[in-house]
Write a protein that binds this ligand. Structure first.
Ligand SMILES: [Zn+2]
Length: 455
């Protein structure tokens, strides 16, 4: 009897392993592309979450980049020098501390060089292409102009550089490395005087979900195995800290709420905003989310009214002006949009190139030749901080066309395609640029370089 029991038990666990492997294989077989979203507000927030942690982890000088992934699942992982965080993680986290805890854990992996050991496994695994796009109206507006100059963009989504990320590297974390990453995370959170409660809450939630039979494994659970012993260790360490009950600063929580509202509005429209802010339907983030959802569903006039009210309440919030600029562009109020984006650029403490590029776009949208130079300089400034923004190159091309400089317009397209790794189109535009630019000038030389380099 005992033996039969044991037989069934081992059969059962074998089945469980098979189901686990099958679901992993399915995820791999989909050959999923990772959609990267760019947004000045959320990028600045994540940077503020991560900077103190990276500093105490000794990662500050290593140029670690935080990348936002357009995915509703709660997930975060490291690959190369990048920490990827899903938009879904931000929406599901009710406090900044929960995301900061996850970043601390990922920083633990990075600082422990856990990746290096996994790199050997990369060859056999599938690669994922990265699709970059702008979160927000900007992408749609930029996409709608693509027909006029033959850019290979669909709906504003563009192929950015395509670094190869191997899914298996993400999935094959070792249990020991998880505990090491947790231990490191606890240390970083203590050193930055923050609570580990958020991290504990996140991992505990996943561990409980894992215990339920039949639940489709969340990618985060696959990439970060969660045995009970690990949670117990984490809980013990977290509660030992004198910062365990410490709350996030109010200003940071307020920014987090705005980011959640923005993502929820883009992903789920008005119903998602109503769900998320059931208890506070007239709060600033609820109205912000409402404005975004309204604008996305073609009700831009209503969105504009709400934004004007919010700007009265928060006249120093750069992102309210940025969003108002997008709404005004949709309403074909380009001159007003220029003013909104210019204010946003002035107020944006993170100096994001994305907003500068949108200012350039608004100048071009006025169709006024007198604005062409201002457009070029705003776009150049934007590209200096965000050199891989393909949309900005396309707008730069339009700005030169508005100024009547066809050679520079062709070169801007060539440069954009070149940086996006699209060398065939880059050469087509560079070839046209060479014919129209003055031989010997730096821009002519650049066009020549694009023609000869980068196959
Ligand atoms: Zn992990």
């Amino acid at each position: 009897m005992l033996q039969i029991n044991r037989f069934y038990r081992s059969l059962f666990s074998l089945l469980a392993v098979l189901i686990y492997l099958l679901s992993t294989q399915l995820t791999l077989a989909q050959g999923r592309r990772i959609a990267i979203v760019r947004d000045a507000e959320i990028e600045s927030l994540l940077k503020d979450y991560a900077t103190p942690i990276f500093k105490v982890a000794g990662l500050q000088s290593k140029g670690i980049e935080i990348v936002l992934v357009n995915d509703n699942n709660f997930n975060a992982f490291v690959s190369g020098r990048r920490v990827f965080i899903n938009t879904g993680a931000i929406v599901q986290a009710s406090t900044p501390n929960e995301i900061i805890g996850v970043i601390a854990h990922e920083a633990g992996h990075l600082a422990g060089n856990h990746q290096e050991r996994l790199r050997a496994q990369l060859d056999a695994s599938r690669t994922l292409a990265i699709v970059g796009m702008l979160l927000g109206a900007g992408a749609l507006v930029a996409g709608s102009t693509s027909n006029s100059n033959g850019a290979t963009s669909a709906g504003g989504a563009i192929i950015a550089s395509a670094p190869t990320i191997a899914t298996r590297s993400v999935l094959n974390y070792k249990r020991g490395e998880e505990i090491n990453a947790d231990t490191a995370a606890l240390k970083y959170l203590n050193k930055t005087k923050q609570s580990a409660n958020g991290m504990l809450k996140t991992f505990d939630r996943f561990a409980q979900q894992l215990a339920l039979a039949g639940v489709r494994p969340n990618p985060y659970k696959l990439s970060h195995p969660l045995p009970r012993e690990r949670i117990n260790l984490l809980e013990k360490g977290a509660k030992q800290s004198k910062y365990f009950n410490k709350k996030d600063p109010k200003a940071l929580q307020a920014r987090h709420n705005m980011a959640r509202a923005k993502i929820a509005a883009f992903a789920g429209g008005l119903p998602a905003i109503q769900r998320l802010f059931k208890s506070s339907p007239n709060s600033v983030p609820a109205l912000y989310g409402r404005a975004i959802a309204l604008d996305n569903s073609g009700r831009s006039n209503e969105a504009l009214k709400i934004l004007n009210q919010l700007i009265k309440k928060q006249p120093k919030n750069a992102y309210l002006y940025e969003l108002r600029g997008e709404v005004q562009l949709k309403l074909r109020q380009a001159d007003q949009a220029v003013k909104s984006f210019a204010t946003a650029v002035k107020l944006d403490r993170s100096k994001s190139g994305l907003i500068k590029a949108r200012l350039g776009f608004a100048y071009v949208a006025t169709g006024n030749r007198a604005n062409a130079k201002k457009a070029v300089s705003a776009l150049r400034a934007g590209l200096q901080t965000n050199p891989n923004n393909f949309n900005a190159y396309r707008t730069l091309s339009n700005a030169y066309a508005l100024a009547g400089d066809v050679g520079e317009a062709e070169l801007a397209m060539a440069e954009g395609h070149f940086r996006a790794g699209n060398s065939r189109d880059a050469k087509v535009f560079a070839g046209r640029a060479v014919q129209k630019l003055i031989p010997g000038k730096p821009s002519w030389q650049r066009a020549k370089d694009i023609l000869t380099v980068g196959n």
